[in-house]
Design a protein around this ligand. Structure first.
Ligand SMILES: CC(C)(COP(=O)(O)OP(=O)(O)OC[C@H]1O[C@@H](n2cnc3c(N)ncnc32)[C@H](O)[C@@H]1OP(=O)(O)O)[C@@H](O)C(=O)NCCC(=O)NCCS
Length: 374
């Protein structure tokens, strides 16, 4: 192909993909000074103007001429907004790479640009599959890939390399027969309040309170799977891992907070929402900080959670049909939360709950159906 004459213009109502020009060198150079760019991509650091010159006037034109890389400038609002490229494609499979300038992030530019090049890969280049790769933790990139229909995400430990350092990598793909739409649910954490408490997303600053609550003797006794002692690093990992829970559709965890001080007084989750055979199920789990016990805070939190979990997905809820809650024999405070919220006692699982003293308790199962509440 000739560059730039043969570079096709791809466009939707908002973004235009076109051949790079020399006028893009300075904005591309500016974009590559962004710390996020340097953290998540393999560009040279420090990034010099000559790197941008080389990329835009040699590497990109040669890619089109030789057929090994197809790179477009993303234009948004009449300005250069970033670069997106397809690479390799041997055997019908190739990779996509992209970056958007910091000042235009979060308005959907990249999702649109990605869909345009994926369609080009399938319809014009005749590829069967496009691969997306990102270093683990690049949530912006992961969300863009998810929105454009990439699926089957796996983690490849040490799979990525940047400037001589190995990083764990996420890999997902889209096939030519897949819809360019999200596959699977990515939950968000809605803020809800009532009864003197507010449920909100966990924050890094909650870690100290999480440590206190999870080192409490009663919490440790009934939740024997918790690390013991529970360290600050455990809380940090727990808080960070909630993002994966949301993105994979597995569940949602809220911080239960005092609606005036905003201090964390506990945690409540709906999990198992990706249950193997029942995608309408949710299990409720919780713990309360010791200084918040005995005044009905968990009952109030679970009331809010039930409300949200049964609300249809179209109305911003989780669209659950059945909620379950498990409480170990002898943990009467936990059974009480189920009972005051209208759950029915349905089962007793023998010797199913490991305790910190090395023994196993029977576990009582409670459930609540959406149909019971209509
Ligand atoms: C990743 C990147 C390309 C995203 O571009 P963008 O134009 O902001 O993406 P979009 O606006 O299409 O975002 C789609 C969704 O992701 C969300 N998102 C974007 N950046 C995010 C971030 N850092 N964390 C969480 N969500 C993010 C957006 O809010 C939007 O969500 P919504 O659908 O709920 O509104 C951009 O941040 C970037 O260039 N980063 C540096 C380079 C890079 O990481 N490239 C990819 C290497 S694999």
């Amino acid at each position: 192909m000739r560059f730039p004459e043969d570079v096709p213009v791809l466009a939707d109502d908002v973004v235009t993909l076109r051949a790079h020009t020399e006028a893009d060198i300075d904005p591309a150079y500016a974009m590559c000074q962004d710390p996020e760019m340097q953290r998540w991509t393999t560009i040279p650091v420090p990034y010099l103007r000559e790197h941008a010159v080389g990329f835009l006037t040699e590497i990109i034109p040669n890619g089109w001429r030789d057929g090994g890389m197809w790179a477009w400038a993303i234009e948004y609002d009449g300005q250069y907004a970033g670069t997106v490229d397809l690479r390799d494609g041997e055997g019908g499979v190739g990779e996509v790479g992209f970056a958007v300038a910091p000042q235009v992030r979060g308005v959907g530019v990249m999702t649109r640009a990605l869909k345009l090049v994926v369609r080009y890969a399938f319809d014009v280049l005749g590829w069967d599959r496009v691969i997306w790769r990102a270093f683990v933790g690049n949530w912006g990139s992961r969300r863009v890939a998810w929105k454009a229909g990439f699926r089957g995400l796996v983690v490849v430990p040490g799979g990525g390399k940047s400037r001589g350092v190995r990083h764990d990598e996420w890999v997902a793909t889209i096939g030519k027969n897949d819809a360019l739409e999200p596959s699977g649910t990515w939950w968000t954490v809605p803020e809800v309040e009532g009864g003197g408490i507010r449920l909100r997303a966990l924050r890094a600053t909650d870690a100290k309170r999480v440590v206190e609550a999870c080192n409490d003797e009663r919490t440790q006794f009934w939740l024997a799977g918790l690390p013991s002692p529970y360290q600050l690093s455990d809380a940090e990992v727990f808080i960070e891992s909630r993002k994966e829970n949301l993105a994979s559709g597995e569940g949602v965890t809220w911080a239960i907070t005092d609606d005036e001080s905003d201090e964390l007084i506990g945690c409540v989750s709906v999990f198992d929402m990706n249950h193997r055979i029942d995608k309408t199920l949710g299990e409720i789990g919780y713990w309360l900080h010791p200084d918040a016990r005995g005044r009905g805070a968990m009952s109030a939190a679970v009331r809010l959670v039930i409300e949200h979990a049964f609300k249809p997905i179209e109305e911003g809820g989780f669209g659950r049909r059945r909620l379950v809650l498990m409480a170990a024999e002898g943990n009467s405070a936990s059974s009480h939360v189920a009972e005051v919220n209208g759950f029915t006692h349905v089962s007793r699982e023998r010797s199913a709950g490991p305790r910190r003293d090395g023994q196993y308790s029977d576990v009582h199962g409670f459930d609540l159906l959406a149909a019971e509440r209509d």
